[in-house]
Design a protein around this ligand. Structure first.
Ligand code: NAP
Ligand code: FE
Length: 366
């Protein structure tokens, strides 16, 4: 029973939770840099609520809205400079995982005069400025993790950095902000959340307390599955998905992810497949691969999803994300070799060889 458990983020969930908690923003200073992507902060209504609260609290603010999907080092450099020049006391990240992860990097660069590549050392002279995270997707759980995942063009992949100081201080979960999500993005991001709970639950680093959270997350996801399949995401379902995503974030904050994410990064980097969708494409084969040594846990997952076996799991996911891609053997080798370099690959329950990853991807992408 030896473990360390740490999630220092204060989480508010509920309709209008931003507007109703003005005093929370006041705790972090007089100047806020708001970090967002191109349009979703506006279309979700979240930016409007935040600006109103900041204005009412007399907090000066500036918006950096240059974050791209799968944020680049250039994005966070630019955002970091904006934060430094503005003299931001804290950062408010609004968006999917991309703006939230960028906000974390920007919080470091706001006070540390380092090159973006040095972020990956994960230790910084000065503490990052505080981060308030407001998710507009129900997927990454980044609002309760210490990780920031950035695109490394120099390494042809995505890579995470982080330390305990990068946990957002506060997360506001308002399901109204996910209502503007296009249907396919709502589904992809929900699958990302499921993959966090599943990979965390089956990880070598899992422990009882993370398993409790993972199973709760999978159960809530299971409650939503019929609505997801029927494309009927009402407010209650959206709230549940945000909650499941947050629980799964707390899981990976402790266990990390494993090979689904490791391989998925290549599908995103080279094929531009959205993060959650990439994970979804690989999950069934990943379960088959680990079944021999994780049978009981995998059966628990299927039971909570009310799914009979891995074949049915595969059919359910395929019905949600029906994408076919052609990948050559050379590409599979490249993707697998890059995934082998991810630290998280070593957290997979079963000892992983590069040829195993090639085989999982070949079967998944056929
Ligand atoms: P995302 O890349 O943040 O956003 C995907 C797309 O959805 C963007 O075009 C975005 O528009 C749009 N969007 C977001 N919210 C919307 C809304 N409410 N209404 C309409 N459009 C909306 O997607 P994501 O899947 O949430 O995040 C993926 C990133 O998170 C990846 O880089 C992944 O590696 C990372 N991730 C991080 C962690 C972690 O622990 N830190 C865990 C898993 C994944 P805009 O561009 O206008 O914003
Ligand atoms: Fe993820």
């Amino acid at each position: 029973m030896n473990f360390k458990f740490f999630v220092p983020t204060k989480v508010f969930q509920g309709e209008n939770c931003v507007s109703e908690n003005k005093s929370v923003f006041e705790e972090y200073g007089n100047r806020a840099l708001v970090v967002t992507g191109k349009t979703s902060a506006v279309s979700s209504g979240a930016l409007n609520d935040v600006i109103k609260v900041l204005d009412e609290a007399g907090i000066e603010h500036k918006i950096y809205d240059g974050v791209q999907n799968n944020p680049t080092l250039e994005n966070v450099k630019e955002g970091g400079e904006a934060a430094y020049e503005f003299g931001a006391d804290f950062v408010v990240g609004i968006g999917g995982g991309s703006p939230l992860d960028a906000a974390k990097a920007i919080a470091v660069l706001a006070v540390n005069d380092i090159k973006p590549l040095e972020l990956f050392k994960s230790t910084f002279k000065k503490k990052p400025i505080p981060i308030i995270a407001i998710p507009t997707t129900a997927g990454t759980g980044s609002e309760v993790t210490p990780y920031s995942i950035l695109t490394r063009k120099d390494m042809q992949t995505k890579m995470s950095f982080g330390n305990e100081e990068l946990f957002p201080k506060v997360a506001f979960l308002d399901a109204r902000y996910t209502e503007s999500l296009p249907g396919n993005v709502a589904v992809n991001t929900a699958i990302d959340a499921l993959s966090h709970a599943v990979e965390g639950y089956l990880s070598k680093r899992s422990m009882h307390i993370s398993d409790v959270l993972a199973l709760a997350s999978i159960e809530v996801f299971g409650d939503c599955l019929t609505s997801i399949k029927e494309n009927r995401l009402d407010f209650d379902t959206r709230e549940k998905l945000l909650y499941a995503s947050m629980l799964a974030g707390m899981v990976i904050a402790h266990t990390g992810t494993t090979i689904v994410h490791g391989m998925g990064y290549s599908l995103t980097y080279f094929r531009d497949i959205p993060h959650g969708e990439a994970n979804g494409m690989l999950m069934a084969e990943y379960l088959r691969y680990n079944y021999g040594i994780m049978q009981e846990k995998i059966e628990n997952i299927l039971k909570l999803l009310r799914i009979k076996d891995i074949d049915e799991f595969e059919a359910v996911i395929r019905a949600l994300i029906n994408r076919k891609i052609n990948v050559s053997e050379e590409e599979l080798e490249l993707y697998a070799s890059l995934a082998m370099k991810q630290r998280s690959t070593s957290y997979n329950a079963r000892e992983v060889l590069q040829e195993d990853l090639v085989s999982i991807m070949r079967k998944s992408l056929r």
